[in-house]
Every structure is written in C-alpha cells, then in structure tokens.
Design a protein around this ligand. Structure first.
Ligand code: NDP
Length: 449
C-alpha cells in the first residue's frame, strides 16, 4: 500500500487533498487485502486510485460589463464499477484537480454504501458565484454546460449540486443541457420540483447526517433530543442539518460562513433558521447579519492566524462540521474534547484532518465519517433518478421514509464490516471496508476494463 501511495505522490506531487483521502482509505482496508490476495495480483487498488476519465476544459463567459473571463472546468469520472458516474459539481475559487479527485474518490465508496447502483464522479470549476449577478451566473453555467454536455447523460454520468452549486445553478445547467441535446432527461439531480426534481432532495444530506447521528447515539441509549449542537457552515448541508436537529428536539448554538461564525446561547430556533435561509439563499448575505436581527447572539470573525477555529471552542454535546474540507484540525478536536463533545458527525466532505480523527479515536468520541454520514444527499439523488426513469413522483413521506431506511442500513453496514474485519465500533474503517468490498467485487466480475 505504501508503494501505491508513493506512486500517486510521485505522479501528481501537488495533489495533497487527493493523497490525504487515499492515505486514509488505504489505512482502513488493510484487513480486507489480507483476505483477498487476488486484489493485489489484479492491481485492483492501482486501478481504483486512477480515474477512469478526467475532463478539463475552458469556460469562457462574459460579465454584465461586456468583459470576458476564462475559468477552468473539471469532471473526474472515477469509477463506473457499480453504476453510472454520480457526484456533484463544485463552483468555488479554490477548486483544482486535487480537490475534485479527492471528492470523486470519496464519492465512489459513499455511493457504494447507499445500496443504490451509482458509480462515483465529481466536477466543478474555479468560479465563485458569490458577488455575480443572476445573469452572469446564468452565462457561466451555460458556458460550462456547452462543453460538459457531451460527456454526461442519464445512463453515463449524472452530476448534482455541491458547494456554490444550488438550485439556481442546477436550473441554468439543466436548461442548457436540454437545449443542446433536445432531450428532457434526468441528467442532473437536485432539479426543481416542477421539472423532474424529488421532494426532500434539498434537505437530504443534512437530514441524513442527523439520522446517522441518531443511530450512533441510540446504540449508547442516547438521542439528539436535549443535546447542545455545534454546526459549521450556513449552506445547504448546514441548513438541513439544523432543521432536522430542531425536529428531533436538539438545540443548535452555532452556524458560520467563510467570514466567521455566530453563537446564539438561546439556540437557533425554527424562526431564526428561516431568517438564515432567506439571508443565504435569497439575499445571499453574510452570517454576521444574524446578530443585527438577533442582538443576543455574538458574531466571532474567522481569524486564520490563530491556527484553530473558535467555533469549535464552545461547550456542547455534539458537533457537525458542514462547511468544507480540513476545517477542523487537531487543536479544534482537543477543544471539542475539552468542551464535552461526545459525538462528531461529518456533514462536509473530509472536514476533519487526520490529526483530528486520531484525537477523536484516542478520546473515544463517537465519530461518523463523511462517506457514511453525509451519504443521504446522493442517496436521494439516486431516488430522484429512479423517479425520473419511471416518470412519476413519490410523496415527501415516501422519500423521507426511504432516506431514513437507507441511513439505517448504512449505519448497520459500517458496524458489521468493522466488526467482521476486527475493528468493532470503528465507523471510519467500517465505511471504507463496506464501500470498498462491493466496488472491488464488481471490478473483479467485469474483468480488466
Ligand atoms: P454550500 O455552498 O451550500 O455551503 C457551503 C458553506 O460552507 C457556506 O456557508 C460557505 O461559506 C462555507 N464555506 C465554504 N468554503 C469555506 C471555507 N474555505 N472556509 C469556511 N467556510 C467555507 O455547500 P453545501 O452545503 O452543499 O456543501 C457543504 C459541504 O458538504 C461540502 O464539503 C460538500 O462537498 C458537502 N456535501 C454536500 C452535499 C450536498 O448535497 N450539497 C452532499 C454531500 C456532501 P461562504 O458562503 O462564505 O463561502
């Protein structure tokens, strides 16, 4: 395994996020490899860490002043072993090939865990929708799709939203795809309800995180009710996480954006959450404005010189990082332990650094890894694809019941796999092993392709 890691580092030395994701994965699956020597002979891991296809393309577009800009678009099609490539599109200035490859790699095993027939992929662009008019965002999305459309399709590759790509962007992308292909198909998920979307899709990732956390707590005779929660982020995943915590009787103390976080000792209730949704989804404002509306709350600006994030310093019982990768480091993990946190469930992809994960392990903090805990989003995307194929719509109750059942199954698969391979109670190992074994056996069945 060290050889494999050394190989990918030598080939792409600058792809740090991708190396981090592969390193964590390889560390977990050692016990599986010991029982399956044929994986080595057939270079299964070497094949898994190399994307089936990577598409990089120019995205030229014009702003409202008539000035031309050029961004770079990406689609990494990582694995189609168990289904069409599936994974979101991220529009954020930090996007590069390393980040898209790490996300695509994680997506392969996450999708495998959902029980649905979904391969793994991810894409995006180094474009920041923040600060652009709707017309500019539309022109960017149209230019992006003017190239991507030839690589995707409802049975080939089905993108969805991610950071910076919400309902507005999916609408513009879908409109352009439909025009270019002259076909109305379920080629993207996260669509509007009037044009092929699924109920509960916008809420699915956060709801799924809280369902997963509930399963973890239940094993220890506990529940989300009455617990104090720290949540980071204020986007899609954070909003739906907070909503479900409130449904289940928990208290949420924090939310954030990249400029800073708010702390509300009285708790963010349903009315305050509605304000945040309007602030973020409609007015596209900053989280600090929350304190102008609710002056009892405090705003603490982000300070990268600290080397730790003050959001994770508050006392609480449970935590959900739901903003971005590596947002929670070893120091933050120690602060959480000192502050009494007993459970951390990852809403974002790879939000905890390896040092943080090690500290959770040392202190017996219940740790729900992203691959398993945030799989609810892609699971309901899979349900959206099923509804599109059948050309019918399920009710809110039907979709949420299926989501709940899928999260329960994922939780059980993690525990079972961890226990079969000698790592009882280790959700991280369990998620990697359970996700991997299904993909590996499909690859063996399909030969060297
Ligand atoms: P959104 O764009 O809706 O929200 C992202 C939030 O995170 C915003 O509050 C944003 O603040 C903040 N943020 C982004 N980058 C940074 C940064 N570098 N530092 C601090 N804060 C940051 O994205 P989502 O909610 O959809 O995604 C959040 C995470 O969840 C990502 O890791 C994503 O991959 C993961 N995820 C999303 C799924 C989905 O269904 N949407 C499914 C599974 C995982 P600001 O506005 O200031 O940028």
């Amino acid at each position: 395994m060290e050889q494999i890691l050394a190989g990918i580092i030598a080939r792409d030395p600058e792809q740090r996020e991708f190396h981090q994701a592969v390193r964590e994965f390889l560390a977990s699956i050692q016990p599986v490899l010991e029982q399956h020597p044929e994986y080595r002979r057939l270079a299964l891991l070497e094949r898994l860490v190399e994307p089936e296809r990577m598409i990089l393309f120019r995205v030229p577009w014009m702003d409202d002043q008539g000035e031309v800009h050029v961004n770079r678009g990406y689609r990494v099609e990582m694995s189609s072993a168990i289904g069409p490539y599936k994974g979101g599109l991220r529009f954020h200035p930090s996007v590069n090939l390393s980040i898209i490859k790490f996300l695509a790699f994680e997506q392969v095993f996450k999708n495998s865990l959902t029980t649905l027939a979904l391969g793994g992929g991810k894409g995006g662009a180094d474009f920041d929708p923040k600060g652009h008019s709707d017309a500019e965002v539309m022109r960017f999305c149209q230019a992006f799709m003017a190239e991507l459309f030839r690589h995707i399709g409802e049975d080939t590759d089905v993108p969805a939203g991610d950071v910076g790509t919400g309902a507005r962007e999916i609408g513009y992308l879908f409109g352009m795809y439909k025009k270019l292909q002259n076909k109305f198909t379920g080629v993207l998920t996260g669509k509007g309800l009037a044009w092929g979307g699924s109920l509960i899709r916008p809420e699915a990732t956060g709801y799924g995180v809280v369902y997963f956390a509930s399963e973890m707590l239940a094993l220890h005779g506990k529940a989300p009710e009455g617990k104090r929660w720290l949540v980071s982020g204020a986007g899609n995943v954070a909003q739906s996480t907070v909503e479900k915590i409130l449904h289940l009787g928990g208290t949420v103390l924090t939310m954030s954006d990249s400029s800073g976080h708010i702390y509300d000792e009285e708790g963010i209730d349903t009315a305050k959450l509605a304000y945040i949704k309007e602030l973020k989804n409609v007015r596209r404002g900053r989280i600090r404005e929350y304190c102008e509306r609710y002056p009892q709350a405090v705003y603490i600006p982000a300070d990268s010189t600290l080397g730790w994030n003050p959001l994770w310093r508050h006392r609480a019982d449970c935590a959900v990082p739901a903003a971005t990768q590596n947002e929670l480091n070893g120091k933050d993990a120690l602060h959480l332990v000192e502050g009494g946190v007993q459970l951390l469930c990852e809403g974002a992809n790879m939000p905890s650094t390896p040092e943080a994960v090690e500290i959770f392990r040392e202190h017996n903090i219940l740790f729900g890894p992203a691959k398993a805990a945030n799989a609810g989003g892609v699971a309901v995307s899979g349900l959206e694809m099923a509804q599109d194929s059948m050309r019918l719509h399920w009710s809110r109750e039907e979709v949420e019941t299926r989501l709940r059942a899928i999260m329960r199954t994922i939780h059980r698969s993690c525990l079972d796999a961890a226990s079969v391979y000698g790592r009882p109670g280790d959700y991280l190992a369990g998620a990697n092993i359970a996700g991997f074994t299904k993909v590996a056996s499909a690859m063996l069945d399909q030969g060297l392709v």
